[in-house]
Design a protein around this ligand. Structure first.
Ligand code: DX5
Ligand code: ZN
Length: 214
């Protein structure tokens, strides 16, 4: 299982803290992008993110919580992420998959906790990542939703049965306790549990222990 860190809840000294995260034992960064429209909050502008991406010494993925997906794909594709994820709830899914693939990037689709999991089935043989939200998208520090575990299990079994290869990524409310509930995920996004504490590596160690004690 890989740990991707979300720095959404770091409100001060972002550049310094990203440099500190470069040295922490996390696998990748997770960029949360919000437009104040698909979700209420709004994140940094693209120029600032470009600067952050230049500082990052680890690969990163981009999670678009935005309505105008194409506009943001045009911007963030320039930063060369591992993949770009948009939300299934936006609609126009087939076209958006093609749009990202044309940029020679891997594609992720995110699904909100209340969206029925079956709705993602028609796209699973075309995409690289499913980003299962374990909290409603829009802010960090929310409580993990228990129903996520069954949703991971469903995707895990489906992938096995159909011999598919998409990654299962889980996002929201992960800490040293809830990580046990998502042990079948390939990538877990962790935000405030790591970034609200000064000792980043300590928190990462606790997460790893949490999975091992399962
Ligand atoms: C929520 C974001 C997440 C989130 C993770 O909309 O997609 O990446 O901020 O943060 P925590 O771990 O604090 O829930
Ligand atoms: Zn996210």
């Amino acid at each position: 299982m890989k740990i991707a860190v979300s720095f959404l809840e770091i409100k001060k000294n972002l550049i310094e803290n990203i440099k500190k995260l470069n040295n922490a034992k996390i696998s990748t960064f997770h960029f949360d992008i919000m437009d104040g429209c698909f979700v209420l909050n709004k994140t940094r502008d693209f120029e600032e993110d470009k600067q952050l991406a230049q500082i990052m010494a680890k690969p990163f993925d981009v999670h678009l919580m935005v309505k105008d997906v194409k506009k943001y794909v045009d911007w963030y594709a320039k930063l060369n992420p591992e993949w770009i994820t948009f939300h299934l709830e936006i609609g126009n899914t087939k076209e958006l998959i093609k749009y990202i693939k044309r940029k020679k990037l891997d594609v992720g689709i995110s699904i909100k906790p209340d969206t029925s999991i079956e709705k993602i089935i028609p796209y699973l043989d075309e995409i690289d990542v499913v980003l299962l939200m374990s909290v409603p998208p829009g802010k960090g520090g929310q409580k993990f939703l228990k129903k996520t575990t069954a949703r991971i299990e469903y995707l895990y079994k489906y992938r096995q049965q159909k011999n598919l290869s998409f990654l299962i990524q889980v996002d929201g409310g992960i800490n040293d306790k809830t990580i046990k509930e998502v042990s079948k995920a390939d990538v877990v996004v962790v935000g405030s549990y790591i970034t609200k504490c000064k000792e980043y590596d300590n928190q990462v160690e606790n997460l790893i222990k949490g999975v091992k004690n399962n």
